[in-house]
Design a binder for this molecule. Sequence first.
Ligand SMILES: Nc1ncnc2c1ncn2[C@@H]1O[C@H](COP(=O)(O)OP(=O)(O)O)[C@@H](O)[C@H]1O
Ligand SMILES: [Mg+2]
Length: 262
Amino acid sequence: MNKALIKTLIQVSGLSKHFGGLPALAQVSFSAARGKVTALIGPNGAGKTTLLNCLSGVIRPDGGEILFEGENIAGLAAHKVARLGISRTFQNLRIFPRLSVLDNVLCGLTVQAETSLLEALLRPPALRHRERRLKLTAMEALDTFGLADKAGWPAGALPYGDKKRVEMARAFVSQPVLTLLDEPVAGLNPEETARVAALIRQMRLYGKTMVLVEHDMELVMGVSDRVVVLDGGSRIAAGTPDEVRTNPLVLEAYLGRMSVTA
Ligand SMILES: Nc1ncnc2c1ncn2[C@@H]1O[C@H](COP(=O)(O)OP(=O)(O)O)[C@@H](O)[C@H]1O
Ligand SMILES: [Mg+2]
């Protein structure tokens, strides 16, 4: 079967991960549909980042299955997961501060650009042509993410909000099949937050599939098709934003910790 026809892009079942005997994920199951935004929410320490780390191959789960386009990728190394078309951003920014904004985004294309050492040394016309094409692609992504005028800046010199968008541009530049966003608006002011929300909506309109971890409930409720709630490493609820917002279990998990009224 053509993989692109599989509607459930990612199907996680019974995923577990322990750190020193303490469960960070306990038998978590959820799925994400192609072309949709699936949000993962939950109080601090719920296991959201651990789940994204398992999905992207940053850490190995202890047990369970992660079916991506029907293939089990649980335990696969990060570079192999990336090659299958799963990209991500990080809760704590991971950009190269001394590299230019353009070069940071070009890094997102290295998954595709397999250049041999000999080619790199000789720089034949075909390679130069490919480099030009990659640069054009990266510039287009910078334009989409509102960073074209800062392409030559060292990424470290950008304001925080711009840095977050550099990571997003890098995550989307390779035309990924699935993108994992770990708290894309954390630390951003309302204006920057609205900008990122608009970009997420734009990517969704382009047909991109996203799994979004976020604390900002207004953002989650505004851009997500489906919300999965984790608490203490377990899934406690899942449904449409409206269903989750009014679920007593969710309200209880958040009570005193955060407002779900947005
Ligand atoms: N590398 C690690 N080593 C030890 N404990 C960890 C590690 N990563 C996460 N944890 C623990 O796992 C739990 C879930 O963390 P995390 O996935 O970061 O939660 P969230 O992203 O939902 O805030 C927490 O109790 C955290 O302390
Ligand atoms: Mg986290």
